[in-house]
Design a protein around this ligand. Structure first.
Ligand SMILES: [Mn+2]
Length: 321
């Protein structure tokens, strides 16, 4: 609230808790914004600890810290003002409607919501939710013909079907690879035990995936990683927060030691935004119940704000089909 034309200091802990304290708008085909943030608070796809349904709220809360700048975020290392407020418009369209006990309906709602955002010609920035949501959000891109998916994750998520389950958080990249519009995958950070079997790894490679563990990424280096993503191609980025090390991202359902650290992924994301057109972003598996110091939500918010800044700054015109 303001008092008749009185200017506000608007500190991060005050006011309405939207993403980066950006305005709320309805999710429809007439959104006038460069980026639309949307939550998919779905965690019925978990195989271990649930709680990612509260991920969108925790990321929004953490993101208010990064609403500090009064005219964007000046980066002294790059001598660049990211997200200048007059030039880039970010809105928060709230959350996809969830139907308890009904995964199919809930995930279909996610697909419809992302289709709507794409019709509005705004770039979706999607807050999970467990990683099941990515199969649903990618399905919305079926009018595109040639998308490469960049996945940051501890787990391959390439299980075909087990006990009839095809749309859990361990199946999402398999489902993505089956879509005609997904023509390649780069899967980074994959390590330790997961629900994917050795044949799933073989199938992923056959489907056009490059799989690198954290150790392998460190060995080959950033430039070699970037070569697995065809230059100029449209890219969808999916970040499972458990791709990071649990020492910096404990607040997640299936943590896995030996993960990435902040700069490894921040640098990768910036370079990908330079060489590719980013058509959408999701960040999944933040579960605030296991995040007592809120460092996981802070990491998620910081990554997303930086990523939005890079996408806008390196501006590729050909986002939409
Ligand atoms: Mn995952």
């Amino acid at each position: 609230m303001s008092y008749k034309n009185q200017p506000r200091l608007n500190l991060p802990f005050t006011g309405h808790c939207t993403f980066a304290k950006r305005p709320i708008v309805e999710c429809d085909e007439n959104i006038d914004a460069d980026f639309a943030v949307i939550g998919v608070p779905f965690d019925m796809g978990c195989q271990y600890r649930s709680g990612a349904r509260f991920g969108p709220r925790s990321i929004r809360q953490a993101s208010t810290l990064f609403s500090f700048g009064h005219n964007g975020a000046y980066d002294h290392e790059r001598k660049t003002l990211f997200l200048p407020s007059e030039q880039v418009k970010i809105v928060d369209v709230g959350d996809v409607d969830m139907i308890h006990t009904d995964s199919e309906q809930s995930l279909n709602n996610a697909t419809k919501a992302i289709e709507t955002l794409l019709q509005s010609k705004t770039i979706p920035v999607i807050l999970g939710g467990d990683h099941s949501i990515t199969a649903a959000t990618l399905a919305a891109y079926d009018s595109y013909s040639d998308i490469h998916v960049l996945q940051i994750d501890a787990h391959l998520d390439f299980v075909d079907e087990r006990h009839g389950v095809k749309y859990g958080h361990g199946n999402c990249m398999r489902r993505a690879s089956e879509m005609g519009h997904i023509t390649g995958l780069t899967q980074l950070g994959i390590r330790n035990t997961s629900s994917s079997s050795s044949s799933d790894y073989i199938d992923a490679v056959e489907a056009g995936s490059t799989i690198l563990s954290v150790q392998q990424c460190r060995k080959v280096g950033l430039e070699a990683i970037l070569e697995t993503i065809p230059k100029g191609k449209k890219v969808y980025i999916t970040i499972d927060i458990d791709g990071f090390d649990p020492s910096i991202a404990p607040g997640t359902g299936t943590p896995s030691h030996g993960g990435f650290l902040y700069y490894e992924i921040q640098e990768l994301l910036e370079k990908v935004c330079q060489q590719n057109t980013i058509v959408g972003v999701d960040l999944c598996e933040v579960a605030p119940a296991y995040d007592p110091a809120e460092v996981t939500a802070t990491l998620a918010a910081q990554l997303l704000i930086n990523l939005i800044g890079y996408i806008h700054h390196y501006n590729h015109e050909d986002v939409y089909v």
